[in-house]
Design a protein around this ligand. Sequence first.
Ligand code: ZN
Length: 236
Amino acid sequence: MNAASQRKALVLFSGGQDSTACLAWALERYAQVETIGFDYGQRHRIELDCRLDVLRGLHAQFPAWSPKLGEDHLLDLSLLGQLSDTALTEARAIELQANGLPNTFVPGRNLLFLSFAATLAYRRGASVLVGGMCETDYSGYPDCRDNTLKALQVALSLGLDQPMTIETPLMFLTKAQTWRLSEQLGGTALNDLIIERTHTCYLGQRDQRHAWGYGCGSCPACELRARGHAEFMGLR
Ligand code: ZN
């Protein structure tokens, strides 16, 4: 076992494609892995249901990972509703704001998520946080950028007085490369699980099954996922 594999990791797990790929990545690397999710008044509770469904699927279908996959934690961050006014938490159309950021943007949301995760990780004896933040497709989100997270890693490690590593395996991957990563980690079985059980659609729709999974097919999240999957299939 190398040093990395003996550490315990806490994965920010939303029940979507990206965080499921990150969870598989962590399960390949670390001796113990726990998951944390945030309930911040999402319009679509379906995301929270999908989280548990994905965890059940990983336990059932991946016997090598199952013993490492420990507790799941769901934090109530409904206070974010007092701070945000966005398409994810209020019933309004998803559109671009004047500053070019999608109005699904909750300013600094990932800084808050990672800070809460770090506190929980400290309590649980974990020294690695794993998140699906990505510069490639979501460059509009400054709290997902590599420099932001490198700075936060330093701040958290100093503030907790112990190393708290932030790992972001998807940071420089395209969506197609994320599909390839999950295939490399868990084969077709993992990609099938991602297609069947994860949730991406901003509109919370799961009645239409596409090659890439369930969703409305036309919101920005569905379009991104569909395009990435089509590119991935074209590369195979
Ligand atoms: Zn959609």
